[in-house]
Each structure stands twice: as structure tokens, then as C-alpha cells.
Design a protein around this ligand. Structure first.
Ligand SMILES: [Zn+2]
Length: 221
């Protein structure tokens, strides 16, 4: 069951079409799993239209916003919102879905498949896979990390995440994800900056990397 959703702020930006494309894609994938957020986005889009039509100059407090949002009827377009398989949104990179991917091993039970994006700068867009029951290295975040669980699930110090869950880790967050025991966990992940490994072993590896100048980011999951 989905328990972790994008914040209202993110859904507002998404509805207005003003999210950066990588984040919009992550939200779109979540929406394929989550009827609650689909309904919210539809209401926000309808509300956006209403506001443009006649509410210029009205000061919009959070309370008023919620009250209006509650009253907005689901428009016809909502009923027609097409739900596709989440993986279909990633067809450009994954013509055969999750089959036959050339996973690159990152850690004992953690592998990665990078989704190539032009001009990506320092960030990284990829699939992360942790084998059933496997544990990813304990690591800290230097930038935001957005994760949508595509298959299976994992848990960390903050909770458990199932298919469709949308998770944002902020700079400074540290965690050690572990895949559920019964199946491999595959996530879509957008990482703003390379993570830093934590814990004694992680610190040793960080030092080693610094010494030998490896530019390889160790992904989180
Ligand atoms: Zn949702």
C-alpha cells in the first residue's frame, strides 16, 4: 500500500507544469500507482483554471486553498485521465522494460542502471536494484535524492516503502536501505549530488577514493 506521497508543494508545482523535468517524471511515475495524488493533481489543475478565471487579487491563505480544493469537483478530464504502466513512462530508456538490463554492480547486493540524460551536470538519474534481503551501504546525502519504488520494496531507519512510494531524502539525511526479503527491489532514483558513505567501512572507502581520485559516485538507493 502506498504511504509516501509527494508534498502538496510538489504537486502544486507539478500541476502548474513548473517542476524540473526529472522531478516531474518521478511524480508522473508515482501518479501511475497513486489514485489519491491523481485526484489531487486533477483538482489542482481545475482550481488553477478557476483562479485564472476570476480570483485575481484574492489573498490565498493555506486554509482557503484547502477549502477551495475540497470543493472543486473532479472535472471530466479527470475521468479520462489515462493510467499507463509506470514503466511505460521510461520506455525511452527501457524499450524492453526491466528485462535484460546490463546492471552495474555497486556494492555486494546493490546494482545500478544509469538512464542517460543529456546535460545532466552533477546529477544522476538511474535505476537502483537491491537483491532480495540485501543491504545497501550506510550513506549520507549531500543533495536531495528522489526515489520512486518501481518493484518490490525496502526499509530503512525511517520506515518501510512499497511499490509506488515516493521518497525524498534531504541533504544531511543518512540511511541504510534494506530490500524486503521476498523479492528484488528496483527503484527509480534521481540524485542531485553523489552520496557520501558513512560508518567505519564507508569512511575508509571514502578516504581510498579521495586518495586515488575516483570520480565514481556511489549511488544510494
Ligand atoms: Zn500519492
Amino acid at each position: 500500500m502506498i504511504k509516501h506521497h509527494p508534498s502538496d508543494d510538489i504537486l502544486v508545482e507539478f500541476s502548474a507544469g513548473s517542476l524540473p523535468s526529472h522531478l516531474a517524471l518521478c511524480v508522473s511515475v508515482h501518479l501511475q500507482y497513486c489514485s489519491t495524488c491523481r485526484a489531487t493533481v486533477s483538482r489542482m489543475q481545475t482550481l488553477g483554471g478557476e483562479l485564472l478565471r476570476g480570483m485575481d487579487g484574492v489573498e490565498l491563505s493555506d486554509g482557503l486553498f484547502d477549502a477551495i480544493l475540497d470543493r472543486v469537483e473532479l472535472s471530466e478530464s479527470v475521468q479520462r485521465t489515462q493510467v499507463v504502466k509506470p514503466i511505460d513512462l521510461l520506455r525511452k530508456w527501457l524499450p524492453d522494460g526491466l528485462q535484460g538490463l546490463n546492471w552495474r554492480k555497486q556494492w555486494f547486493k546493490l546494482s545500478e542502471y544509469v538512464l542517460e540524460v543529456p546535460d545532466k551536470g552533477n546529477w544522476r538519474f538511474s535505476l537502483q536494484r537491491i537483491s532480495a534481503g540485501g543491504i545497501a551501504p550506510f550513506h549520507g546525502h549531500r543533495g536531495n535524492e528522489v526515489t520512486v519504488v518501481l518493484k518490490g520494496g525496502f526499509s530503512d531507519e525511517s520506515g518501510a516503502y512499497d511499490e509506488g512510494d515516493f521518497i525524498i531524502k534531504a541533504p544531511g539525511d543518512r540511511h541504510k536501505p534494506q530490500a524486503f526479503q521476498n523479492e528484488d527491489c528496483i527503484c527509480l532514483t534521481y540524485l542531485e549530488a553523489p552520496v557520501s558513505l558513512a560508518g567505519p567501512l564507508g569512511k575508509w572507502i571514502e578516504k581510498f577514493k579521495a586518495l586515488f581520485g575516483s570520480q565514481d559516485a556511489v549511488p544510494s538507493h
